[in-house]
Design a protein around this ligand. Structure first.
Ligand SMILES: Cc1ncc(COP(=O)(O)O)c(C=O)c1O
Length: 392
């Protein structure tokens, strides 16, 4: 019998031949600055997790989850509009609306589904959606699947964005950007985007995935830090990074949220997230708000590491945040460096196309607030040796 899936095997082989095949790696321990991986007794210092504030294994979250599972059980067992809405969901939504100062908020099972829901549902036929070239795949895929036309702009060419905004043939104009770009660690020029949205009466949507918890006085993100929160029309806050849970918040006015509840298929036709996860979200958010020292330590660690890497002559792109790429270029070299670092005790995945543009494969180093100076120094030394021995 012929293998019905040979056509897929051929493509996987092609990925392998071009150093683009991905494999899963299994962590056996709690996620912290140090982890233990399957089949390897030696601990690795973790530099590729989004657990920026080290909340993934926080004892207060564990206690809240334990209490919630006793009180509510685990499963919500239905979609939100049927019988899946439980007190913890409502509480999360109320607390986040207050956190962002919006009229309302709604919880999705993930950041991906939050973006999918907003971008497939809100822009309508006759509208245009303007996407930053470096926007996350969830933003791009959702927009593609939606009703509106779309174009991309480069963040360093906002003059092009302005030209697109000036085109009068569309009913409405949407600008969609991440606040901290996930693969480069640079920030969007939110001030200029707000000016443009005002000048052209556009709707501004900001995905704060990598800024939530990490930026702003209370951890409410980059827009908050810049005093621009009230200018953002729809805030997307994925909760799987610094908040260290799962879920995605959409915060906006009541009309937008009511519309999503009624029309967004990724909300309507999926089982509600576990109420236990909501307890984790609420506790993590409380820690984020009340422990600004975590943000300060994260920023200090990032600054320290970036300065040391730049002094080595490594290409850290335009990073100004806790995400620091070391751009290597070819996928093959990047994989080799990642493997060598692994052998030396550091877990940093190689990020390759299509996640980043061709020829810009990289190590995406994500700093955590609990990394020690010794761990940062050890990484710099290992990189110095490894990139040299890799013939670069
Ligand atoms: C900018 C951005 N938006 C959305 C998502 C998706 O969020 P989630 O992982 O919660 O689905 C991610 C993460 O992968 C992201 O980096």
């Amino acid at each position: 019998m012929t293998d019905k899936f040979a056509f897929l095997q051929d493509q996987l082989r092609e990925l392998e031949n071009t150093s683009l095949l991905r494999r899963l790696r299994c962590i056996e321990s709690v996620q912290g600055p140090v982890v233990r991986l399957e089949g390897d007794p030696a601990e690795k210092v973790l530099f590729c997790s989004n657990n920026y504030l080290n909340l993934a294994g926080d004892r207060r979250i564990i206690a809240a989850v334990t209490e919630a599972v006793r009180r509510y059980g685990y499963g919500a067992a239905a979609s939100r509009l049927i019988s899946g809405t439980m007190r913890p969901h409502v509480k999360v939504e109320t607390v986040f609306a207050r956190f962002f100062g919006t009229e309302a908020a709604i919880l999705f099972p993930s950041g991906w589904t939050a973006n999918e829901a907003v971008l497939k549902t809100i822009p309508q036929k006759g509208d245009i959606v303007l996407l930053d070239k470096f926007d996350h795949a969830s933003i791009i895929d959702a927009t593609r699947a939606g009703q509106a036309e779309f174009r991309t702009y480069r963040p360093d060419r906002l003059d092009r964005l302005e030209k697109l905004l000036a085109d009068k043939k569309y009913n409405r104009r949407f600008i969609v950007t991440e606040s901290i770009f996930s693969m480069d660690g640079n920030t969007a020029d939110l001030k200029r985007l707000v000016d443009l949205k005002k000048a052209y009466d556009a709707i501004l949507i900001v995905d704060e995935a990598h800024a939530i918890g990490c930026m702003g006085k209370t951890g409410a993100g980059l827009a908050h830090e810049l005093g621009l929160l009230s200018e953002v029309d729809i805030i997307i806050a994925p909760l799987g990074k610094a908040i260290a849970t799962t879920g995605g918040i959409v915060a906006s006015n009541k009309t937008v949220i009511d519309y999503l509840v009624n029309k967004a298929r990724p909300f309507i036709y999926t089982t509600a997230p576990s109420p236990v996860n909501c307890a984790a979200i609420l506790t993590a958010l409380e820690v984020v708000k009340t422990e600004p020292s975590r943000r300060e330590k994260l920023a200090a660690n990032a600054e320290y590491l970036r300065t040391r890497l730049s002094k080595l002559g490594l290409d850290t792109g335009n990073s100004t945040t806790h995400i620091i790429p070391v751009i290597i270029g070819p996928s093959k070299d990047t994989l080799r460096v990642s493997k060598e670092l692994f052998a030396r005790g550091f877990f940093i995945a190689a990020i390759r196309p299509p996640t980043v543009p061709a020829g810009s494969a990289r190590l995406r180093i994500s700093v955590q607030s609990d990394h020690t100076t010794e761990q940062l120094d050890a990484l710099v030394n290992a990189l110095k040796d490894t990139i040299k021995t890799s013939g670069r």
